[in-house]
Design a protein. Sequence first.
Length: 417
Amino acid sequence: MNKNSKYYLLSLILFLIVITSIYSKFIHLYIWGNEFLFRDFQNILESSICYPEINIYTYNPCTILGGNPYSYGSFSLRITPYAEKFFDLYMLIIPATMIFFSIFVIVKLFNPKKIIEYFLVFTIIFSTPIMLGFERGQLELLIFIVLYFVSVSRNMFVEVAYLIFLSSLKFYPAICFGVYFNKKINFKFVLYLLLFLVPTLTIFYFDKENIIKVSTVISNYGAGGLIERVGMHVFSFKLLPTLSSLTLLHLENVEFDKEYFSNLSYIITLIILTFTYVIFIIKFFIQKKDSLINFNFENYEDKLFIMSSLIVMTLYFLFQGYSYKEIYVLGLVPFLLKNSNKNYPFIKHMYYIILIKFIFLTILWIIQTTLLPNSLFIKGFNILNKGLIDSILIFYIGIYLIIFLKRFFEAQILNKS
């Protein structure tokens, strides 16, 4: 049996276990489930039936989400034509297809050979962030799959077309075009840049009113309320500052201006985090450790690493979303595994942090939801752990992105000289 056949067989077995777990609602043991399977995908279908007759970006009465405004680009409503007629067929086929190919891509990324590696793949797939995305039928699965195809492609016209498509579904995948800033600035580079920018900006222009409405919804959707509801399963730079703020608000039998000191605590924590990032980044580059790192974008691992890093950083600093968005973190894995024996800084640290992030935090979440669901201490402890792990990983990713941009500018200077 060749490698691809082995991966397809393994993916099929895992897919059947995942689907059984979802339909039996077994996974509600460790993710907050609801009575509607593939709820987020169902939201797209139901919204597409009403749009554009009803302004679903202000108030959306068409869905099971109870009037919540639609939060994706309007082009995402066009991926399921005749939604009302084929509603049941779409609900049966598309989420299952996204789940199967997401599993296949994850298996490919880890490239397991030993029993322990197969076990790690199994635990990653059944971790809370990944299973939450599966159970919701999240569009992030489709973006994750397509980014993998972009990374393995050797035809830039096809890659640009993929990225335009992704940017029309949700706005932030447009940042992934930054991976092509590894090239010399010449006529070919400018041509590809225009091929991407003109259609993408045209899409954004025609959808600009909806983009503004989505941005307003996101900005009004405070991190504090989200973190209080779902705790550690928020992926955002605001996680630790919000934790420090909420801790003061929940203090009992203490007399002081809680709201004032809560806001002050939020700002101080934000400043400390930012200051810490800046100090460690400056220290790293003073030591000139970046000279050890080289990228080769003929290799899909390097290409996927940069695209995944760009999208992870964008989601972390600009949004406060659910943990299913962390699926993009897995795009870092092939680069880390390929270079694990090299003297690259933080390579092994990053890999182990990713394993801890998906496996250990899932165990903590299970303990919280099954044994101590009403404990504010455990909830705060888990949020603290999640926030610290995310902060360390983001620091490492930031270092590599700065090195990537530094290499690009150095190449342009050498060309001119």
